[in-house]
Design a protein around this ligand. Structure first.
Ligand code: ZN
Length: 417
């Protein structure tokens, strides 16, 4: 290795001396680089093989290899540790029944004693509604990274889960003051949680807005409005009935700063966090939420910060700061919690889904402006849906907010036609 890098230095010095880089010299330099890379790879492989063997089984020659290449050996050991840690962080861990019960009991006591409880939710609370989470073993992110196609067919069919309904009930009982969600699936709104008690930080797939109107005009729809939108392009293709301005979706894409007052409601989120003495995180990896400094009360002295309760199967970056980390499924934890608090378990009833009263009907000329499934009203009457005429459409992720931004920063090769 030393000899090849020496060679490279010599070649580079020569190039610098003459000030002229002829074709032959450039080639020699390139060759030296390739040789060096090759020899480095060889050493890595060799050292890697030796390290895999138990120490006692290594021959004298192998031990000598390690001594000769201590830096490489150290680097390989570091990589090994890193990958082990990474693997551990991705593992789903479950508390046993008794452990779970004990932890939920502590959570119930904390909620009863608290003055201001804020709930932060992530994709993990919607998995029971057949919406996959992002970073779980079957999450959107994980699947896309493995090069698999993500099926999004059931998105509009999803209904609020038991967890959504329990949160809504806890708010009604004045045990939860505010909910901050990363989810765009609109399920908190559909559970009946009042809009002013909700911050949908990354938008709501059922809401389109006109930002040319002042104040911003909001249209709730009974279908996913993001069909025609794409990364950093928010126009939904429909127009404002007042000013004819283009309507846009409310989804905050990766790398964007969401500024819409509703449904993002950052002010509500920040106010709630400032007053919070208990924060309950449900089904979020917290990898994105941790970046929003105003949500964590870190400007307060450590003893005055809100107590943190985290419910998630995987590791989160806030685990070390948590008063209790509960390794369980959100629905399981919430049913136990309702039992502890002696609150009746609520059930979702489509007849009470506020989306039907919030929604603005499409104008006749807009009826064909989308092909997404429409949420059926409770009386069973199928509202007109611009269906695809029996064509089974490919349900892989295309438009829409799902998995949006995954390809950001990746090179897109356009095929020449
Ligand atoms: Zn308008």
């Amino acid at each position: 290795m030393a000899s090849s890098s020496q060679l490279r230095c010599n070649v580079m010095a020569e190039v610098a001396d003459t000030g002229v880089s002829s074709r032959a010299e450039r080639k020699a330099l390139e060759k030296a680089r390739i040789l060096q890379r090759e020899s480095e790879r060889k050493i890595f492989r060799l050292v890697g093989r030796v390290l895999k063997k138990p120490e006692a089984e290594r021959s004298e020659e192998e031990a000598a290899v390690l001594l000769l290449h201590t830096d490489t050996a150290k680097e390989l050991s570091r990589r090994h540790v890193r990958s082990r840690v990474l693997k551990r962080k991705q593992e789903e861990v479950y508390d046993d029944a008794e452990g779970l019960q004990n932890k939920v009991r502590q959570l119930a006591v904390a909620i009863k004693q608290a003055h201001h409880v804020v709930v932060y939710t992530g994709a993990g609370i919607s998995t029971a509604a057949s919406i996959p989470d992002y970073r779980g073993p079957n999450g959107v992110w994980t699947q896309l990274q493995k090069g698999r196609i993500v099926n999004s067919s059931d998105l509009s069919k999803a209904e609020p889960t038991l967890t959504h309904m329990c949160i809504r009930m806890l708010h009604k009982e004045k045990m939860v003051n505010h909910v901050v969600s990363q989810n765009c699936d609109g399920l908190h709104m559909r559970s009946g949680l009042p809009r002013n008690a909700l911050s949908e930080l990354h938008g709501n797939m059922f809401i389109e807005v006109c930002t040319s109107c002042s104040p911003v005009r909001e249209c709730v729809r009974l279908f996913d409005v993001t069909e025609r939108t794409s990364l950093h392009r928010h126009g939904t293709g429909r127009r404002c009935s007042q000013c004819s301005g283009e309507l846009r979706d409310t989804i905050v894409h990766f790398g964007e700063r969401g500024t819409l007052e509703q449904p993002l409601n950052w002010r509500g989120a920040a106010d709630a966090a400032e007053r919070a003495d208990v924060i309950l995180c449900l089904g979020s990896s917290l990898k994105v939420l941790k970046k929003y400094a105003c949500l964590w009360g870190m400007n307060r002295p450590a003893s005055k910060r809100p107590k943190l309760y985290i419910v998630n199967l995987q590791w989160t970056p806030k685990d070390d700061l948590a008063t209790v980390k509960i390794n369980g499924k959100c629905d399981d934890v919430m049913s136990l919690l309702m039992e502890e608090l002696d609150i009746q378990m609520p059930v979702y009833d489509r007849a009470d889904d506020p989306i039907f009263t919030l929604a603005t009907p499409l104008r006749p000329e807009e009826v064909d402006s989308h092909t997404r499934e429409v949420i059926a009203p409770p009386d069973g009457e199928q509202e007109f849906s611009a269906d695809t005429g029996g064509q089974e459409e490919d349900t892989a992720v295309q438009g829409g907010w799902f998995g949006r931004g995954y390809n950001k920063g990746r090179k897109k090769k356009k095929k020449a036609t």
